[in-house]
Design a protein around this ligand. Structure first.
Ligand SMILES: NC(=O)c1ccc[n+]([C@@H]2O[C@H](COP(=O)([O-])OP(=O)(O)OC[C@H]3O[C@@H](n4cnc5c(N)ncnc54)[C@H](O)[C@@H]3O)[C@@H](O)[C@H]2O)c1
Length: 249
């Protein structure tokens, strides 16, 4: 019997990068997967890949930063059955000099990465209270260390870390486990958003954010997510698990 046989998983950001790899991984281990993404086409492609491999999946367009959209996404996901797993991969970011950053950029990054993670947890918890569940939020090494030119991203990811701990404490006795993974660099399209550096960047300040091991693959992080979401990780609660090539040693 596979680890997620008979379970329904909800994955945000499932149309690309880590979310796609996670959706494929959970499906390969038996989960029926609701693939949610603001880019509908991407979510549909991932769901089609799962179906082609013999799995079960549905795709829905969801903007995680919008409470009504998050709730509607969960209602659609629940057509597969009771959601028992939630992986919050949707995320955005870019570099900027903080004193020049447009307010809209700050709001959008916090809105998707932090508020979006909260809204998806909030929409999912009612399904998990009767029968349990596991939530894996995606933070970043930037959530546990101060990365330059990334104030909104760092603040959002540090928020994800402590949001996860707060929810873990609140629902510990209700059989809903919350944990987060803090990856370092992953080879995904998000890296392109961070490819444009603002003028006048001090390059030496970036050295400690680049692992000598290079980037991870999305599949490497997805395998950690699958473990943390599984019953094998029953005793892992409120943890922040770094998978970052040694960035935070
Ligand atoms: N790539 C890295 O180096 C890296 C490192 C550490 C953490 N992370 C985190 O991993 C997670 C996954 O990122 P990725 O690298 O796979 O990036 P990605 O750009 O490949 O995928 C992100 C996905 O989120 C979706 N998305 C964006 N805004 C959304 C919204 N409002 N509602 C729903 N979906 C939305 C995008 O359409 C995209 O499909 C993010 O939370 C990111 O911050 C990435």
């Amino acid at each position: 019997m596979a680890r997620f046989d008979g379970r329904v998983a909800v994955v945000t950001g499932a149309g690309s990068g880590l979310g796609r790899a996670t959706a494929l991984r959970l499906a390969s281990e038996g989960a029926a997967v609701a693939c949610l993404d603001i880019v509908e086409d991407g979510a549909e492609k991932t769901a089609a890949e799962i179906a082609e491999a013999g799995g079960t999946a549905r795709a829905h367009r969801v903007d995680v930063s919008d409470p009504a959209s998050a709730k509607a996404g969960l209602e659609a996901a629940a057509m597969l059955g009771r959601p028992q797993l939630l992986v919050n991969c949707a995320g955005i970011g870019k570099f900027a000099h903080s004193h020049e950053m447009p307010f809209e950029d700050w709001q959008r990054i916090i809105g998707v990465n932090l508020t979006g993670t909260f809204l998806m947890c909030q929409a999912t918890i009612p399904y998990m209270l009767d029968g349990g569940g596991a939530v894996v939020n995606i933070a970043s090494n930037a959530g546990v260390m101060g990365q330059p030119y990334s104030a909104a991203y760092c603040a959002s990811k540090a928020g994800v870390v402590n949001l996860t701990k707060a929810l873990a404490a609140e629902y510990l006795t209700r059989k809903v486990r919350f944990n987060c993974i803090a990856p370092g660099g992953i080879d995904t399209p998000l890296q392109n958003s961070f490819a444009q550096f603002p003028e006048g960047v001090e390059w030496k300040t970036f050295r400690k954010f680049m692992s000598p091991l290079g980037n991870s693959t999305p599949e490497e992080i997805a395998s950690t997510i699958a473990y943390v979401a599984s019953d094998e990780a029953r005793y892992i609660v409120g943890a922040v698990i770094s998978v970052d090539g040694g960035l935070t040693i």
